[in-house]
Design a protein around this ligand. Structure first.
Ligand code: ZN
Length: 256
């Protein structure tokens, strides 16, 4: 496909860790980080890669001379009609123009551990619910390489993100993908700057949303009566949470 590695910057979203992904994958990536506490990426090329970057990595790891990357093992790939062989001791790399990193939907997650470790297993159990799979990575023995598939993301239809705080308190939470996360002041600043709606809610509303979220995590479906927060400052902001059957009207705060 012609778009591989040539996605316009306007269609890429900057991640909270180094690198870029396409919009849905980026949103899901952030949810996954919040939910798993994973490091995410450490270098930009662990997420979206331009064609030129993929070509650079491929030429670094492969050579046109016949080579065994391990005794008795060769990894031959054809790029523009020419055979290339993986160099001894190097990782595999997709032929430029074919990597899912070039579509902005692949991430090499750092510090996950190897197959069978408790860290990797715990991450995998959650990642699958968010539409991420290691199926391709497994074929080349890369526990870090994950692909995003929007149609397998159980949380994409619940992506009405909103920042909330309890009135009179200074801790912040993010409702995202049908989940509620405690976040830091720094994260709150970053998300407000990115245009996420922000409202101060009363403790009853917060408790109702948290209870609904807990049920959702157990796999149940929930219906919570609509709750309306009287606006304190005009203009109020109204955010709907279809998954909770809640419409919340709260105080709109100007962006910092
Ligand atoms: Zn990868």
């Amino acid at each position: 496909m012609t778009t591989n590695g040539k996605i316009p910057s306007s269609e890429l979203v900057k991640l909270s860790t180094p690198g870029y992904l396409t919009a849905d994958a980026a949103k899901s990536f952030e949810r996954l980080l919040l939910r798993t506490g994973t490091t995410g990426t450490e270098n930009a090329n662990e997420a979206y890669r331009s064609y030129e970057e993929q070509a650079r990595i491929f030429q670094q790891n492969y050579t046109r001379t016949y080579t065994q990357y391990e005794p008795g093992h060769t990894d031959r790939r054809v790029w523009n009609g020419v055979s290339w062989y993986r160099k001894k001791g190097y990782a595999s790399a997709a032929v430029p123009g074919t990597s899912f990193h070039g579509f902005g939907i692949a991430v090499d997650f750092q510090n996950l551990g190897g197959y069978g470790t408790s860290t990797w297993n715990a991450f995998a159990a959650i990642a699958i619910q968010h539409g991420w799979t290691n199926v391709e990575g497994k074929t080349v023995n890369e526990p870090w390489h994950w692909l995003y598939n929007k149609t397998e993301d159980n949380f994409i239809s619940k992506d009405n993100d909103m920042l909330v705080t309890v009135k009179g308190r200074t801790s912040f939470k993010l409702i995202s993908g049908g989940l509620i996360h405690a976040i830091s002041e720094a994260d709150k600043t970053r998300l407000v700057a990115a245009g996420i709606p922000y409202a101060a809610l009363d403790i009853v509303t917060i408790t109702a949303i948290e209870a609904a979220t807990a049920k959702l995590l157990e796999g149940g479906t929930i219906t919570v009566p609509p709750i309306t927060i009287p606006p304190i400052v005009v203009p109020p902001v109204t955010v709907k949470f279809p998954q909770f059957d809640i419409a919340v009207t709260g105080t709109a705060k100007p962006h910092a």
